[in-house]
Design a protein around this ligand. Structure first.
Ligand code: ACO
Length: 325
């Protein structure tokens, strides 16, 4: 009897796997209540939560400049952008929760260092030009990475990405416009823009993840259509798109080996310092400690707000029950 049960379980499992694989092959979305392999669920929790963490940690380097933006117009745009990042975090945490993990667990993973967030947000913002460079390069790289995710296989992630990408496009343009203004300004302003490009170029290339042969997850994630392009493909696309934009600004990309290759139709580029990337990922970047401590403080100091919201929700629920009786 036991053997027969095991056989039946195996057959049932096989047919669930077949249905799942067929959906992926037909480019249909996997929804939270659908059966999915445990590894698919786990890797989605990993990637979506890292993405959500990156959005909210990413608010910190720019939030730092809101009160110092050079005009009211710049302040309003930057404020809106930083608020958008909070919203992106919210959609992504919500998408992640549909996979059966709580918001508290997700925050705990961030605060304890168990979950990663993007390496790029561990670099400091030293001048106003850094806000331009972040919009242009970091949000530019984010769009290239995220547009393919609009057709990722997990429904809630794909739908969140559609709105995120529209907003990222505004972020990229506000950054490029800051760079354009600086580059059309005084020599001192142009030097500031060049300095920001010099410091953000290489970290922006690293942000798209390790090379394909070093990437642990790409092969499986491409099969599941979680990732639609590999890290190296995205990096090449970013370079090809961004170098002509630097030319328009009259800025020099800090890579002596950068050269357009007429045979491949792409830019060849120099060696990326992967040692620096892994150091930052492991927590030894310039701002890792500062960023995590700011997030932990926000969590601790926000405790009374969460408690008050819960108490209010309980009172409302009691009231509704009393009124219904
Ligand atoms: N910063 C920190 N860690 C990174 C980075 C990075 N830039 N790139 C890769 N890693 C980590 C991976 O998380 C993985 O570690 P893990 O196994 O502990 O999770 C390890 O390095 C190996 O990398 P990959 O196998 O290539 O990982 P993956 O397939 O997840 O690809 C990528 C990385 C491209 C970032 C992918 O996760 C992705 O597309 N994520 C969604 C987009 C995103 O998170 N963007 C964040 C910044 S955009 C913004 O906030 C504006």
């Amino acid at each position: 009897m036991k053997n027969q049960d095991t056989m039946q379980d195996k057959e049932q499992m096989k047919s669930l796997e077949d249905i799942f694989e067929a959906k992926i092959a037909r480019d249909e979305k996997i929804e939270p209540k659908d059966w999915m392999p445990e590894k698919y669920r786990k890797t989605h929790i990993r990637q979506i939560s890292q993405h959500a963490h990156s959005e909210i940690v990413g608010m910190l380097p720019e939030g730092n400049w809101i009160s110092r933006a050079p005009s009211l117009r710049r302040k309003v745009a930057l404020l809106a952008k930083v608020q958008d990042e909070a919203g992106h975090g919210l959609y992504l945490y919500s998408a992640c929760e549909t996979l059966g993990i709580s918001r508290e667990e997700l925050y705990d993973q961030l605060h304890s260092g168990k979950a990663k967030y993007s390496s790029i947000f561990n670099y400091p913002t030293l001048t106003w030009a850094d806000i331009g460079a972040i919009g242009w390069l970091v949000d530019g790289a984010a769009i290239i990475n995220q547009v393919p995710l609009c057709s990722t296989s997990f429904g809630p992630y794909a739908r969140a990405m559609v709105r995120v990408c529209k907003e990222e496009s505004f972020h990229q343009r506000q950054g490029y416009e800051i760079m354009m203004t600086l580059c059309n300004g005084t020599q001192e302003q142009k030097d500031m823009a060049q300095d920001a490009l010099d410091r953000w170029w290489w970290p922006a290339l690293m942000m798209l993840g390790p090379t394909d042969d070093e990437s642990t997850h790409t092969e499986q994630s491409m099969k599941w259509k979680l990732k639609r392009k590999t890290n190296d493909e995205l990096r090449q696309q970013f370079i090809d798109q961004t170098v002509p934009q630097a030319d328009i600004l009259g800025l020099k990309v800090p890579d002596e080996d950068l050269q357009y290759n007429t045979e491949t139709g792409h830019y060849d580029f120099g060696e990326i310092d992967w040692e620096e990337f892994w150091q930052v990922v492991k927590g030894h970047g310039m701002c890792n400690k500062e960023r995590i401590s700011a997030r932990k403080n926000a969590w601790d100091e926000g405790e009374w707000v969460r408690d008050a919201a819960l108490a209010y929700a309980d009172k409302q629920a009691d009231k509704e029950v009393k009124e219904a009786v």
